[in-house]
Ligand binder design. Structure first.
Ligand code: PEP
Length: 250
């Protein structure tokens, strides 16, 4: 049985006071959604404050990105051991905004996935196609290529400690959500890719859906058999909506 995970990607949003309030709101309702695992992903600079507020609670935290390197002359980068030091459980790798706006290739993403594991963090590997790719009918080929880069470097067993997030790029921050069936089809395809290599492991890997998930549409998505939770951007900045999404997964 895969426990659902609802992960809030705050992106480049928040301030000391707004984050304190947001966490208070989430903590206030977290007991009612205890069946679902919750985690938040603040900007790096707020990780320490978030860790202080969440330590001892049921809500976990992680980072939105990490360096593929362990330490050294990489100005502006943040390394896995630093995230581990701040109590991060997860780290998002290969978010489409990193791939498209910051030029992260499949190979860079694979190396970040490897770095996360090496330093004891669970990677949340984001995969997904652009609208153009969907219209060209190459969604599965794109997702397969993105997964293969990680499988080639780290092997299928590495997914025992990882989460996958299917995030169609055309649904992120656009208000346009994949239909539950569109999402389920790609989730089943991803699971089948892993199952071809290790069926038992594939049945345990959590595959989250991301792309304009909100309280109003979470129920129909999270009920699908291969959707094991959500990676939530915009709606994760509103504690009520974030908790409603979690409730849909209970
Ligand atoms: C995301 O940032 O991963 C995301 C899915 O954003 P949104 O929910 O705003 O579409």
């Amino acid at each position: 049985m895969r426990r659902k995970l609802v992960a809030g990607n705050w992106k480049m949003n928040g301030s000391t006071s707004s984050i304190r309030e947001l966490l208070q709101g989430i903590l206030g309702g977290s007991a009612e959604v205890a069946a679902v695992e919750l985690a938040v992903f603040p900007p790096f600079v707020y990780l320490d404050a978030v860790a202080r507020q969440l330590t001892g609670t049921a809500v976990g935290w992680g980072a939105q990105n990490l360096s593929e390197h362990a330490s050294g002359a990489h100005t502006g980068e943040v390394a896995g051991p630093m995230l581990k030091d701040l109590g991060c459980v997860y780290v998002i790798v290969g978010h489409s905004e990193r791939r498209t706006l910051y030029g992260e290739s499949d190979q860079v993403v694979a190396r970040k996935f490897a770095a996360a594991r090496k330093f004891g963090l669970k990677p949340i590997l984001c995969v997904g196609e652009t609208l153009e790719e969907r219209d060209q009918g190459v969604t599965e080929a794109v997702v397969e290529r993105q997964l293969k880069a990680v499988l080639d470097l780290e092997g299928v067993a590495s997914f025992a400690d990882a989460v996958i997030a299917y995030e169609p790029v055309w649904a992120i921050g656009t208000g346009r959500t994949a239909t539950p069936q569109q999402a389920q089809d790609v989730h089943a395809f991803i699971r089948a890719q892993l199952a071809a290599l290790d069926p038992a492991l594939a049945s345990q890997v959590r595959i989250l859906y991301g792309g304009s998930v909100k309280g109003a549409n979470a129920g129909e998505l999270l009920v699908m058999p291969d959707i094991d939770g959500g990676l939530v951007g915009g709606a994760s900045l509103d504690p009520k909506d974030f908790l409603l999404i979690a409730k849909a997964g209970c």
